[in-house]
Design a protein around this ligand. Structure first.
Ligand code: S3P
Ligand code: PEP
Length: 671
């Protein structure tokens, strides 16, 4: 997950590959709750989503006394003992509608006399309506009070008035603000249907209907067969009781799939043999957002839907503008708004009034942010119309995401714009709500335009702090790091292990070895011949060998490909001695980092002593000066600042100040 202030996505060219998406949020949170309501029985949930929203539900259930154990990819949930739930709990449900609404209904009906629960969430959750649900619960005897604003969380639930519960006739509920109210009631009513049937009727229109279908499907899996009378009246039969299905497999999230369906339609060119394949989700899905496929097809996308897999390719290009009622796919419809940027005319998305009360006012947010890219956007109370910018009229933009995961996810697709302008996504961490690894997954299947993966080079002498600075800069930007020195160290170690003398006389064999290093990067670890050598390559001996091997031109040449391959999305910070001069001569920012020999010797000294090694300052300084001389006078790629490098002397600077300076230079290059 990118927990950084912003993520810059460089201009993208194409998309190709296979993705497996995380579990459905809607199914995961329902399954967690229903498993918790199977008193005393254990349910094994597979493929469950792990994200902010499911964490909110999990934590709340655990606070209520539910035992939840992770076992590899499985979650074992043992049903709550409703008589042993602790009283006086405060449950913080973040911004998860699928936790707040269903838990309100379930706990309102479970709470015993004298037992109190407070349900709250982030500031935005306190602006998301819940009044219609509370109004439906009160006639059943639920004692609910608003702690702040009537109609909105936080809520206080006190014990149920069971006399009123027994008298309650048909329950009525409005479904035109959120379908989650009806879903919440449907999941709570079996808790009070043991002795008599419970009937609920919808007043007025019901929006987001397919989500109610998910609810009914899962109720069935957990042993409760609700009678659905034309989506107006629902009967929970007397004697209903939750029964664990034993094992439940959660499907990948169909709303999350919408970004990859759009991606295929925008950027997978069948003439180049490209396609985006989404594994584990297909035409058999129980999620309403699978119907996004139909909308994508209307726009011209070629989607092959098998039962358990989708294969997506570009069809019509540009995409075809559409006019669509998207009430049934409120979440995935946001993706259509971005696809509209690539269409042949204005696209209109109608009947999406619920957008105004979700993670943010999504109609307003869309209008503002699409306009930044150059689109002409009109909006009304429940609709949005988007006219795409002309090919060269796209503008580079910094997209505000309003703590809304879907804003971040769908706007990333704007990076395929024909003008080749960069797209900045602010606060990319917000995708954690439903898809923490969204950007990693995206970057795994897209290719940047040729030469457009951004590279920052940081070159400099030994102990100048290049590595630390490179890490700090990369962390701020979400970029990868190439520690090219480590490559020379590994090559030197490999030579020693093969008893190959590090001598120019062996240049050919050494280069051959370097070209075919049995090397693998595993996160922070470096594996040589399948063994972790991350610590071993840091020894003084290997350091000396690395200096020798790096002076051999043929070896340097042989390692070029390794280094250039490290330039991957979203960008790279490369540290070494010839990054800017030889390896990435076209990098937009090159920094030559230096410090006095005295300062560098001091730093190395402190480093060694802190690791418990012995050292003397004067010897270290002599060694550094000797190394500087070797590095600057060697024939192959001598250490020097590139002619277009920014020179940074950090003798009197800490890492933070140096990082800020590099980021300032980077920002200047971007504009
Ligand atoms: O029940 C559900 O799982 C959901 C219902 C929909 O909300 P509304 O019914 O409020 O439109 C949807 O937007 C939300 O992401 C999940
Ligand atoms: C509306 C959404 O979330 P919630 O479940 O919080 O309503 C969403 O995920 O787009």
């Amino acid at each position: 997950m990118y927990s950084i202030p912003f993520l810059d996505i460089p201009p993208l060219a194409s998309a190709h590959g296979v993705v497996r998406l995380p579990g459905s949020k809607s199914i995961s949170n329902r399954a967690l709750l229903l498993a918790a309501l199977c008193e005393g029985r254990t349910t094994v949930l597979r493929g469950l989503l792990a994200s902010d929203d499911t964490q909110a539900m999990r934590t709340a259930l655990e606070q209520l006394g539910c035992r939840i154990q992770q076992n590899g990819d499985e979650l074992h949930v043992t049903g709550l003992d409703r008589h042993a739930m602790p009283a006086g709990l405060q449950l913080h449900l973040g911004n998860a509608g699928t936790a707040m609404r269903p838990l309100t209904a379930a706990l309102a009906l479970l709470a015993r006399d004298g037992q109190q629960f407070t349900l709250t969430g982030v500031a935005r959750m306190q602006e998301r309506p819940i009044g219609d649900l509370v109004d439906a619960l009160r006639p059943l005897g639920a004692r609910i009070t608003y702690e702040k604003n009537p109609g909105f969380p936080p809520l206080q639930l006190a014990g149920l008035d069971t006399a009123r519960l027994d008298e309650a006739q048909t329950i009525r509920i409005r479904g035109d603000v959120s379908s989650q109210f009806l879903s919440a009631m449907l999941m709570a009513l079996p808790l009070v249907a043991e002795r008599r049937e419970r009937v609920i009727e919808v007043d007025g229109p019901l929006i987001s209907l397919p989500y109610v279908a998910i609810t009914l499907h899962l109720l069935q899996r957990f042993g409760v067969a609700v009678r659905n009378e034309n989506w107006r009246r629902f009967v929970v039969p007397a004697g209903s009781r939750y029964r664990s299905p034993g094992v439940l497999q959660v499907e990948p999230d169909a709303s999350s799939a919408s970004y990859f369906i759009a991606l295929g339609g925008i950027a997978s060119d069948p003439a180049q043999g490209q396609a985006i394949t989404i594994e584990g989700l297909g035409a058999d899905s129980i999620q309403g957002d699978i119907q996004f496929i139909e909308a994508a097809r209307q726009m011209g996308v070629d989607v092959q839907a098998e039962s358990n897999r989708l294969v997506v390719r570009r069809g019509a290009w540009p995409l075809k503008a559409i006019d669509i009622d998207a009430n049934h796919i409120p979440d995935a419809a946001m993706t259509l708004a971005i696809m509209a940027l690539y269409a042949d005319g204005p696209t209109r998305i109608r009947n999406i009034g619920s957008w105004r009360v979700k993670e943010t006012d999504r109609i307003d947010a869309m209008q503002t942010e699409l306009a930044k890219l150059g689109a002409a956007v009109q909006a009304g109370p429940d609709w949005l119309a988007i006219t795409p910018p002309a090919a060269q009229a796209w503008r580079a933009a910094s997209i505000a995401t309003y703590d809304d995961h879907r804003m971040a996810m769908c706007f990333a697709l704007a990076a395929f714009n024909p003008a080749g302008v960069r797209v900045r996504i602010e606060d990319p961490r917000c995708v954690g709500k439903t898809f923490p690894d969204y950007f990693e997954t995206l970057f795994g299947v897209v290719q940047a335009r040729a030469g457009r993966v951004p590279v920052i080079c940081i070159d400099g002498p030994s102990a100048s702090g290049k590595g630390t600075l490179a890490q700090a800069v990369a962390q701020q930007l979400g970029y990868g790091v190439l520690d090219s020195g480590a490559l020379y160290r590994v090559a030197a170690l490999a030579a020693r292990r093969r008893q190959l003398d590090i001598d120019p006389a062996n240049a050919r064999q050494l280069a051959e070895l370097a070209r075919n290093l049995p090397l693998c990067f595993d996160g922070e670890r470096i594996l040589l011949d399948g063994r972790d050598v991350s610590a071993e390559i840091r020894t003084e001996q290997v350091g000396r060998d690395a200096s020798l091997i790096s002076a051999i031109g043929e070896v340097r040449e042989a390692l070029l490909d390794w280094q250039r391959q490290a330039a991957r999305l979203p960008g790279l910070v490369a540290d070494g001695r010839d990054m800017g001069t030889v390896v990435f001569p076209h990098a937009p920012l090159k920094v030559f980092l230096t410090a006095s020999a005295e300062k560098r010797a001091e730093r190395r000294y402190k480093q060694l002593i802190s690791k418990g090694n012995s050292a003397t300052l004067s010897t270290l300084r002599e060694e550094l000066e000797a190394r500087d001389l070797r590095d600057t006078t060697r024939a192959a790629a001598p250490l020097k600042a590139a002619h277009d490098a920014e020179v940074l002397d950090n003798s009197e600077m800490d890492v933070q100040a140096a990082t800020e300076q590099v980021l300032r230079w980077w920002a200047e290059r971007q504009s």
